[in-house]
Ligand binder design. Structure first.
Ligand SMILES: [Zn+2]
Ligand SMILES: [Zn+2]
Length: 343
């Protein structure tokens, strides 16, 4: 599961680098003399690439209007180019974009290295699976009391499915339909992962049930028996890890449910303790409007007067909604509405 997650992150990083690479390629087409005489063009392209990168990360680069108002980000390299150019002349502008290009080239190279690393690992896994299946098939159809060969073949079949799903997910990146629907892409990834990892867990449990070290398999099929034993041991660790993750998620879920339940019970207690009355202009002349909805009170309208201050009145329905939302404090002064209840 962690492997899939890290691969996904790596692929995202690589896609970013490819886009940056395109910006560099466009910039490099500019003549060197143009770089010195009119660097605004290349600087703008790099700014654009940087801006897009920041947007993807959920950050905002300051707009030019904001800069004029003094809202500058000190660490923004591109903005610093503009500021320095006013003091140090045009040479600084020419050198900084070149430095940026070198930096971006290095990032692209790192991205390409990561892709190669992933591809090498997948190839290695593929060859190992093929080799393992060949070894199992070479043993023929020998019976030792448990279906050890069938178990191993199905296990390696699941491994193939895992590699195949990673390949399918890569191909999905090239389909525009999926690129515009990030939610669908994410759901497909999760569904594939759950199906494959779930099948593997079930198969490990089944293997554990049928495997018996006192039978004659270790004598008749020693290589396959030790192979199955090793895979079961690895599988146990995997199951324990998944068990811990599920237990943590379950604890968090139960904790959240209990918290919500406590809130609900507390809200009911607070609602029961509210002192409701009818609005009367002579009695409440200092408070004419509800601080929650900002509407004026009508004569004989049902209101609630809190204990914190006799001027802190609210419409009955307004303060009830406020309490049901999980609050136990006066909206105006933040004093507890009911000091005996904690929610
Ligand atoms: Zn109100
Ligand atoms: Zn109050």
């Amino acid at each position: 599961m962690n492997q899939n997650h890290s691969e996904e992150e790596l692929m995202e990083a690589v896609r970013e680098q490819e886009e940056i690479n395109q910006a560099i390629a466009m910039s490099l087409q500019e003549d060197q003399s143009q770089l010195i005489s009119g660097p605004d063009n290349i600087s703008d392209k790099l700014k654009q690439a940087h801006h897009e990168r920041m947007q993807r990360k959920g950050l905002q680069t300051p707009a030019s209007e904001d800069r004029s108002q003094g809202l500058q980000v000190q660490n923004d390299v591109f903005n610093s180019v503009d500021i320095e150019s006013q003091h140090n002349g045009i040479e600084n502008i020419a050198s900084n974009p070149l430095q940026e290009i070198r930096e971006l080239r290095r990032e692209v190279q790192e991205g390409n290295d990561r892709i190669e690393q992933i591809q090498r690992k997948r190839q290695c896994d593929l060859y190992m699976n093929i080799g393992a299946i060949v070894i199992v098939l070479l043993h023929g159809n020998q019976d030792c009391g448990i279906p050890i060969q069938s178990w191993l073949l199905f296990y390696f079949g699941i491994q193939f499915a895992q590699l195949g799903s990673a390949h399918i997910l890569d191909k999905m990146e090239d389909i525009p339909y999926f690129n515009t629907r990030r939610g669908l892409k994410k759901c497909s990834k999760i569904a594939m992962m759950v199906v494959i990892e779930g099948s593997q867990c079930i198969w490990i449990i089944y293997g554990n049930m049928i495997f018996n070290d006192s039978n004659q398999c270790f004598e008749k099929l020693p290589i396959l028996s030790y192979c199955m034993l090793a895979l079961l041991i690895i599988g146990y660790f995997q199951l324990v890890l998944y068990g811990i993750i599920v237990a943590i998620l379950l604890c968090l879920f139960i904790g959240q449910c209990q918290k919500n339940q406590r809130k609900q019970i507390g809200s009911v207690k607070i609602l029961r303790s509210l002192a409701k009355t009818k609005y009367n202009y002579q009695l409440f002349s200092d408070a004419e409007e509800c601080a929650i909805c900002w509407n004026n009170y009508s004569e004989q309208e049902e209101i609630v007067k809190l204990k914190c201050n006799e001027k802190h009145l609210y419409h009955s329905s307004c303060i009830e909604s406020w309490i049901k939302a999980g609050n136990n404090s006066c909206p105006m002064c933040r004093e507890p509405i009911n000091k005996e209840v904690t929610i």
